[in-house]
Design a protein around this ligand. Structure first.
Ligand SMILES: Nc1ncnc2c1ncn2[C@@H]1O[C@H](COP(=O)(O)OP(=O)(O)OP(=O)(O)O)[C@@H](O)[C@H]1O
Ligand SMILES: [Mg+2]
Length: 258
């Protein structure tokens, strides 16, 4: 994987408390963007079910718990799931604002986490990539940037769908989620290449659902326990229990992607 993507490696261990894992991720993201302001961050992965929404929700909660006003946007206009994780609705949200049917203030919902606000998908459009690539979307991003300390956008997979690649160069940074035992190595490489091609600022890779005790990840396990961090800010974290922190897991049956 490209060296840029190695700058932020956060990975998982089943017995590490979720909150600790995401606090580590939060800290590393802050350091990964030390030279440039990071206000709008996009979360994607190469394929489906790798933990994008889980990471988006829990990272947003960790940022909010640190006192930042955080807006989590459901940018997945194809198979939205965040509203269920947060106990919110997706009936009103992003697309209503983009169509001028609601203001941001009207569409944003409060969550059970103080300082964490949610903008659901709204009615799903037939042309998500076009909607996300619109000028209205740029205006919306500029507005939320001014109103919140941090904006996290949960996206669909980047390899098969254009949506994430269209939005990626227009935000401050991108997190790529890789899930142990699920993400195909070639697909992950392809995802990095696609993000680089559109000149996205790749903040780093979140390794989700990894057992660090397995020999394959022993190197990272070592770093976690010795607290010896390289300049690349390697750290260990777990998202194993991530869904629980936001109360319900996203273990529902989801519709297949088109
Ligand atoms: N670290 C983890 N440990 C256990 N379960 C997990 C973990 N990460 C994700 N999951 C579960 O895997 C499923 C997929 O996770 P999630 O919805 O976050 O993935 P996604 O990449 O957003 O999927 P999609 O491509 O549909 O948007 C969910 O049921 C979620 O609870
Ligand atoms: Mg998702």
């Amino acid at each position: 994987m490209a060296s840029q993507a190695d700058q932020l490696v956060v990975h998982t261990r089943p017995s590490t408390p979720m909150a600790e894992a995401f606090r580590t991720l939060r800290t590393n993201i802050q350091f990964a963007s030390v030279d440039r302001p990071l206000r709008v961050m996009l979360v994607t992965s190469s394929g489906p079910d790798e933990g994008k929404s889980t990471v988006s929700a829990n990272l947003s909660a960790a940022l909010a718990q640190a006192g930042q006003r955080v807006l989590l946007i459901n940018g997945d206009l194809r198979r939205p799931s965040l509203h269920r994780v947060l106990g919110c609705t997706d009936r009103i949200g992003l697309t209503n604002v983009l169509l001028g049917q609601a203001s941001i203030t009207e569409a944003v919902q409060e969550t059970s986490v103080p300082n964490l606000y949610f903008l659901g998908s709204g009615p799903l459009p037939p042309n998500p990539a076009e909607v996300l690539g619109s000028q209205s979307m740029d205006q919306l991003l500029a507005q939320v940037k001014a109103a919140y300390d941090m904006v996290v956008v949960d996206m669909p997979p980047v390899v098969a769908l254009a949506d994430a690649a269209i939005l990626a160069p227009r935000v401050d940074g991108v997190l790529l989620v890789v899930r142990a035992g699920r993400t195909n190595k070639e697909a992950a490489r392809q995802a990095v290449a696609m993000l680089q091609r559109v000149r996205a600022h790749l903040l780093g890779v979140v390794l989700n659902d990894i057992d660090l005790k397995s020999s394959r990840y022993g190197y990272y396990y070592y770093y976690y326990y010795t607290e010896e961090r390289s300049g690349a800010q390697q750290a260990a974290a777990t998202t194993e229990t991530a869904g629980e922190e936001i109360k319900s897991r996203t273990r529902h049956k989801k519709e297949e992607r088109p």
